[in-house]
Design a protein around this ligand. Structure first.
Ligand SMILES: C[S@@+](CC[C@H](N)C(=O)[O-])C[C@H]1O[C@@H](n2cnc3c(N)ncnc32)[C@H](O)[C@@H]1O
Length: 966
């Protein structure tokens, strides 16, 4: 039996003082549950009586009883442990008030009436008083809260400013470029890569940009003059006399006199105070990396200003058809030019330069890769030429199957290159463009493809660190912090030899539903695993090691998979996407932003498994309202059948581990079998431990509701709830964008793109209002078709390329015409062999240049090789339509991903709830390891110029930015 004691927990009376029975109001006062055996000491009882007496008087006097001092309430009612009977509380019942005696009952009623009549006005008054008291107290609290909120905001703002100031330094850094020289390095006989090395003093001659001033010519001035024609070198001369303001009598140094217009004269030295702008008429020394330099000046026009990417050289379109780079010191300004400089050019280049200058700074250029073969016009025939070198905007091509080796430097935007020619002659308007999922087939087949390069002022020259912007976090407004795993999380036990079983994991109580707020890669670290990066100093190797809850060390995916399999129990098996063995990925990285800029805590309003916050540090805006969805929906006229009856599933009971036995994996494998050259390593097609390292153009078929396998099977990825921690944020130039708050390992599933499935026609009706920025065409079938067509020509091309690799090239013909491979030389319809070769040939007699035979193209037409293949699409009914996902009004986070010319995520078509090839799930996967804080962006693959009257500049900021989106 415990000692009896006073109900006041803070009682100051002596322990053995007299105690009295405590009434209910006294228990209330001291905040303990009333029970009949509660006791109170005299002093504490006295305090109570005084209090209630005072309250009673206030009540009687019509004063508010709430503003009196009442003992501070505890958050929990104190349970005194001195009761003899632990069940006393449960057993206690209020004394019964029922009295069967009718007289007493009548008395009771009249007493109630008396009390009611006399006390009710007091109660009423008291109620009003209490109400107004509470209102004023609430107002005080609200004001106090506001004050605190303001203080917090101010602190956050100050932190935000500090961040900005801290990182402003980076963006404001001024870098002075070191002068550089290009060095060509041969790698495995492939295309040499242009390296840049510092060469002091080279840039000393390059003036700043500014106003170009042409000074007036006077008698006695030394000049260069056009002695013969625009095709010939200009010769040093002296002005003998002025015939008019613009005509001068010239005495050439090598003899002879001529009257020349000032447009045919050039200043003798390069002492210009400003750089020559694009479109300036100049003469320049012919210079070629592979050919001996000449001392002769030829006339041309500046096509490209000196920039870091071109090694601070000007690109010059010469009148004789060559395009070359030249340093400032090797260029001289022509003394006069027409208002439209193109009027001064030789007619052979006039039109193409005119088009070039009209579109400048945007230029369609062919993007080349190693060893590629491109169809190129030579002497009005289409020939195969192999890429030898690339130097900024120029490519050096070696023509194949020529009896006499023929190489030539060419501008990458020349219409003598078939990709440019084809684009000029094709009608892009009838191609669909909207957020297409279509993969660039040329890119995929490793063939040259066109990019629009943009030479704006702030272009490549400000790209100071040559790094890939999209892969780097936007540090402003946030910093990467390290997540701390709470100390009370289970830790691995010391390893003792044992056979692993579910007991190894049982004690950590893993429950995926509890991991909502965890970075997915930290989940194992909360449940008994540790992860360390080990460094072998000697071998300079690093590797990741996980220690399991039972103390086992695991350093690769296979072992981890086996461990998880052995230790799984019930449904609580950890999945492989919670683990990563790349030491460059840090599971503890967390991109942290000042709270004050979080405008919405979760744009999905808890519809996603992970909250997606909205961050805006630029203004107060929040994204326009959309109906957030987590499943695609269909418009009424779309017949999408997701009845499981129309799906086939697998019978696997091994978590679909044996891919050869799983019928769903087999569906994924079937597609690429037809394209062995594209999917070289056939075994690696599709998911590998829940990650996708390469796009499968022919689609992925996941396990589905008809399959016998478990939800944790390796072939279920896209169907799982959102696992990546994403944030929607306002960018400075692209509207809203999405970034990751954690590191994402290469190949990880990011999320899907959801919207309303509509017919293309239906979506087109809206096109004029909204050109389709939130539409993604479901053009899976189209892509596969295009790959099929492209693949067949690829096979032909590869064969030719392989033949050309052969050392023992077999030249069977000696005639000029037959120098070209007949299978590739497609004769243009223009008159055969309208040779302008003679232009340069003549020059070759007078200068040291020995290569680069060149003639200008007047290509107008080209025979098109029609595909004889039967289209897959033709098997579908004529109403098959192309369907579109419209995320304008209904959508998910996938609708906010911006475009990047250097993307870090890619699109994959996945089939889950239907095997109808018209309705894949459009899903995003990580193309590379992505650091916390980095914006996620994919390549929209829009066709530039395909939407009439719509121009959209690209602000992706990547090194390879093409400049335009549309
Ligand atoms: C699918 S939405 C992406 C989300 C969009 N930024 C927003 O605020 O809702 C596509 C639109 O974003 C903008 N955008 C995306 N990538 C861009 C880029 N690299 N440069 C400029 N604008 C871009 C364009 O306005 C484009 O029409």
């Amino acid at each position: 039996m415990s000692d009896r004691r006073c109900i006041n927990d803070n009682c100051q009376s002596k322990p053995k003082c007299k105690l009295f029975a405590a009434q209910k109001n006294m228990c209330d006062y001291y905040n303990v549950v009333y029970m009949p055996d509660r006791q109170v000491c005299g002093a504490c009882m006295q305090k109570c009586i005084i209090y209630f007496d005072r309250i009673g008087r206030r009540f009687k006097n019509g004063q508010c009883i709430l503003d009196d001092r009442y003992p501070k309430k505890q958050s929990v009612i104190i349970e005194l442990s001195d009761s003899d009977d632990d069940n006393a509380v449960d057993n206690y019942t209020e004394p019964s008030t029922e009295n069967p005696d009718p007289q007493i009952a009548e008395l009771n009623t009249s007493l109630s009436t008396i009390i009611q009549d006399s006390v009710e006005p007091l109660f009423k008054r008291q109620k009003e008083l209490c109400e107004s008291y509470l209102i004023s107290e609430k107002a005080k609290l609200v004001a106090g809260k506001e004050q605190i909120d303001n203080l917090v905001d101010q602190v956050d703002l100050a932190i935000g400013k500090l961040y900005n100031n801290l990182y402003k330094f980076d963006s404001q850094r001024k870098f002075k470029y070191d002068p550089e020289i290009s060095i060509f390095e041969n790698l495995d006989d492939d295309v040499p890569i242009v390296l840049t090395k510092t060469l002091p003093g080279l840039l000393d001659d390059l003036p700043e940009e500014g106003l170009l001033i042409r000074h007036l010519l006077k008698v006695g001035d030394k000049v260069y003059g056009m002695k013969r024609s625009q095709m010939h070198p200009w010769i040093e001369a002296t002005i003998k006399s002025a015939v008019s303001d613009t005509y001068f009598n010239i005495l050439f140094d090598d003899g002879g006199e001529k009257v020349l217009n000032y447009k045919n004269l050039a200043y003798i030295d390069a002492t210009s105070h400003a750089q020559y702008p694009v479109g300036s008429r100049v003469i320049a020394k012919f210079q070629d990396m592979n050919i001996q330099l000449t001392d002769k000046f030829y006339v041309g026009v500046i096509g490209e200003p000196p920039k870091k990417f071109n090694n601070f050289r000007y690109m010059i379109f010469f009148d004789d058809g060559y395009t070359q780079y030249a340093y400032h010191k090797n260029i001289r300004l022509v003394c006069g030019e027409s208002p439209n400089v193109c009027d001064d050019l030789h007619e052979n280049i006039r039109e193409s330069v005119k088009t070039y200058l009209r579109n400048y700074p945007e230029r369609p250029m062919v993007k080349f890769n190693k060893k590629q073969v491109v169809r190129t016009e030579l002497r009005n025939l289409w020939c195969s030429a192999k890429v030898k070198n690339i130097d900024a905007s120029l490519v050096q091509l070696k023509f194949l199957d020529m009896k006499v080796e023929h190489t030539e430097w060419m501008y990458r935007g020349s219409n003598r290159l078939s990709p440019i020619y084809n684009q000029l002659n094709s009608n892009n308007q009838d191609k669909r463009v909207r957020g297409t999922v279509l993969t660039d087939v040329n890119k995929l087949l490793n063939r040259p493809y066109i990019v629009i390069e943009n030479l704006t002022e702030d272009e490549k020259s400000v790209d100071i660190d040559n790094s890939d912007n999209t892969q780097k976090p936007h540090r402003s407004n946030g910093v990467i912090k390290s997540i701390e795993i709470p100390a009370n999380c289970p830790k691995p036990l010391p390893y003792k030899h044992h056979e692993c079983s579910h007991f190894c994991m049982l004690w950590v109580h893993y429950d995926y539903s509890q991991t909502k707020c965890m970075n997915v890669l930290t989940i194992p670290l909360h449940y008994g695993f540790t992860r360390s990066v080990l460094t072998d100093e000697k071998l300079k190797l690093r590797k990741v090691m996980y220690t399991t809850p039972c103390g086992l060390n695991i350093d690769d995916e296979d072992k981890m998979y086996n461990y998880l399999k052995l230790t799984s129990y019930g449904n609580s098996q950890m999945t492989m996407d919670l683990f990563n063995f790349d030491y460059l990925v840090n599971p503890l990285s967390w991109f942290t932003v000042p709270k004050v800029f979080i405008r919405i805590q979760d744009i999905s309003y808890e519809m996603e498994f992970k909250p997606i916050s909205v961050f805006n540090s630029l203004n107060d805006l929040v994204p326009d309202h959309i109906k957030y969805i987590t499943k695609r929906i269909t418009s009424p006229n779309v017949n999408l059948n997701i009845d499981p009856k129309f799906l086939c599933g697998c019978d696997c009971i091994d978590n679909c581990e044996d891919k050869n036995k799983c019928s769903c994996w087999q569906l994924t494998y079937e597609g690429p079998k037809n394209y062995p050259a594209i999917f070289k390593d056939h075994g690696s097609v599709g998911y590998s431990f829940k990650r996708l390292h390469k796009q499968v153009i022919t689609g992925i078929f996941e396990c589905n509701s008809n399959c016998k396998c478990k939800k944790t099977c390796l072939n279920r990825v896209v169907q799982e709830p959102l696992k990546t921690s994403l944030q929607l944020f306002l960018t400075e130039t692209k509207g809203w964008g999405v970034r990751t708050l954690t590191d994402i390992p290469k190949g990880s599933f990011v999320c899907t793109f959801l919207g309303v499935v509509r017919t293309e026609k239906d979506a087109d009706n809206d096109f004029s209002l909204n050109w389709g920025e939130y539409l993604a065409d479901l053009d899976f079938l189209d892509t596969v078709e295009e790959i099929k067509d492209g693949y067949e020509s690829y096979v032909v091309q590869t064969e030719i390329e392989d033949e050309s690799e052969d050392e023992s090239e077999d030249y069977t013909s000696s005639s000029d015409d037959e120098e070209f491979n007949p299978s590739w030389a497609i004769k243009s319809k223009m008159s055969m062999f309208e040779s302008r070769m003679s232009l340069r040939k003549n020059l070759q007699n007078t200068n040291t240049k020995s290569d680069g035979k060149h003639e200008l193209s007047k290509l107008n037409t080209q025979q098109k090789v029609e595909s004889k293949n039967t289209s897959l699409l033709s098997y579908l009914d004529k109403d098959r339509g192309i369907y579109t996902l419209d995320a304008k009004v209904n959508g998910n986070i996938g609708r906010y991903f911006n475009h990047s010319c250097d993307p870090n995520i890619f699109i994959q078509n996945v089939f889950i709830d239907t095997h109808d090839l018209r309705f894949p799930w459009v899903s995003y996967f990580a193309l590379s390891n992505i650091r916390a804080g980095t914006e996620l962006a994919w390549d929209y693959n829009y066709m530039i110029g395909s939407v009439k009257d719509k121009r959209l500049m690209c602000h992706c900021g990547s090194k390879n930015c093409k400049g335009r989106l549309l």
